[in-house]
Design a protein around this ligand. Structure first.
Ligand code: GLN
Length: 392
């Protein structure tokens, strides 16, 4: 739909990074309209994982993640609607930060699901991510969802002591988790304990419903957002349309890929008269229950911890024909989006030579605490310094 499209203006995030002196190297490959978990829905074909070229880099920001993991760029940007920063960061062995909803301006971003989308950063360390996020974040009058609150000096706060920090282990995230993955997460938690943090188990009973909830809410919002791609204003236009209806139908039919069409159709269905109450409204109610679970948990703990993904990077082609299996990749990341919370993924070890991520989730606007915890974990371990062979 947007092949060869060149934006006539810079996104606020890009403008801010340029003003701070950063050099933009280019656009990175991603799943089409950010819908995917493996980069395989990209019109241009999938990026490969630098740790193993037969494996996916994760998605949707797989290109950003692979570029930073392969040392082509020190850091990269992405958006996270259901995990698209944290999941590819985990699968490529780098650090990914999904800020609080409203923390970073979305002006200039292509909207996918407006109540979930948030821009963030992928980098080789939490310290680098903190420096970049400090520049990216902040109020923007051009984005009505951006929050008018001062941006903390994240780099200056990285060394705030972890002593007494309460970290909750998300019980639901360990149920059915592959033992080797679970062990790496528990080992990571032991590092936090050695740094003075306390860990305790917490339960968020509605969290297991986050994937079905997301796959009602996100498609509903995308079906509305993507209606702007009509062959008239910008983007792909079909050849010699017979009339206006033909122009709309063929421009959209030819311009969108299969996954995007699947989402638009699901979204249109759940919003349609007669189904709205049963699906969309119900999903919004469950979303509230999930948010309330997080709120209750943060009365007991400062941060929540668990895996970022159920497995390390999987083979290219392994899940493309089964959307539900693909959607389940985001089982651990989607909750934070539904509740608008910030999350960080930091490398925490390897399974079969492939990196895995530890996810930390915090209360709204707790980015400094999350980055500090990730940074001090990275000072005590060296997982984030491992680089894929052949990339110097
Ligand atoms: N993988 C999820 C999806 O396909 C999340 C994508 C994202 O965060 N942009 O919708």
């Amino acid at each position: 739909m947007l092949d060869n499209f060149i934006a006539p203006y810079d996104a606020t995030v890009v403008a801010k990074l340029k003003t701070a002196g950063m050099v933009m190297l280019g656009k990175a490959n991603m799943d089409e309209f950010a819908m995917g978990s493996s980069n395989e829905t990209s019109f241009y074909g999938p990026v490969r994982n630098p740790w193993d070229p037969n494996k996916v880099p994760g998605g949707s920001s797989g290109g950003s993640a692979a570029a930073s993991a392969a040392r082509l760029a020190p850091c990269s940007t992405g958006t996270d609607t259901g995990g698209s920063i944290r999941q590819p960061a985990a699968l490529t062995g780098i650090t990914g930060v999904k800020p609080t909803y409203g923390r970073v301006s979305r002006y200039g971003m292509i909207a996918f699901a407006s109540s979930l989308d948030q821009a963030g950063v992928l980098a080789r360390s939490a310290a680098d991510a903190a420096a970049v996020l400090r520049v990216m974040a902040g109020f923007d009058p051009k984005d009505s969802t951006s929050v008018d609150a001062p941006v903390p000096d994240y780099p200056a706060l990285l060394n705030a002591p972890l002593k007494g920090l309460k970290i909750g282990l998300l019980r639901e995230f360990f149920e059915g988790l592959e033992p080797r993955n679970a062990k790496l997460i528990r080992d990571a938690l032991a590092v936090f304990t050695s740094l003075g943090a306390e860990t305790l188990e917490v339960s968020l009973p509605h969290l297991p419903m986050s994937v079905p909830t997301y796959y009602v809410v996100a498609p509903a919002e995308c079906s509305s957002n993507l209606s702007r791609f009509d062959g008239v204003r910008y983007g792909y236009r079909c050849e010699s349309p017979k009339d206006l209806t033909d122009l709309y139908e063929r421009s959209r039919g030819e311009g969108f890929g299969a996954e995007v069409k699947r989402r638009i159709m699901t979204g249109t269905y759940v919003l349609s008269a007669g189904y709205f109450d049963a699906y969309y409204l119900k999903a919004q109610r469950v979303r509230r229950l999930i948010t309330d679970d997080f709120r209750a948990a943060f009365e007991k703990v400062d941060l929540l911890a668990g895996p970022t993904t159920p497995t390390p990077a999987f083979a290219i082609g392994a899940k493309v024909d089964d959307p539900v299996t693909m959607y389940l990749n985001d089982i651990y990341t989607i909750g934070a989006n539904l509740a608008g919370l910030p999350g960080v993924s930091t490398p925490c070890g390897f399974v079969d030579g492939l990196p895995l991520g530890l996810q930390l989730i915090g209360p709204h606007f707790a980015e400094a605490k999350l980055l500090g915890a990730a940074h001090q974990f990275q000072l005590a371990t060296d997982w984030h310094t491992h680089r894929p062979g052949g990339y110097e």
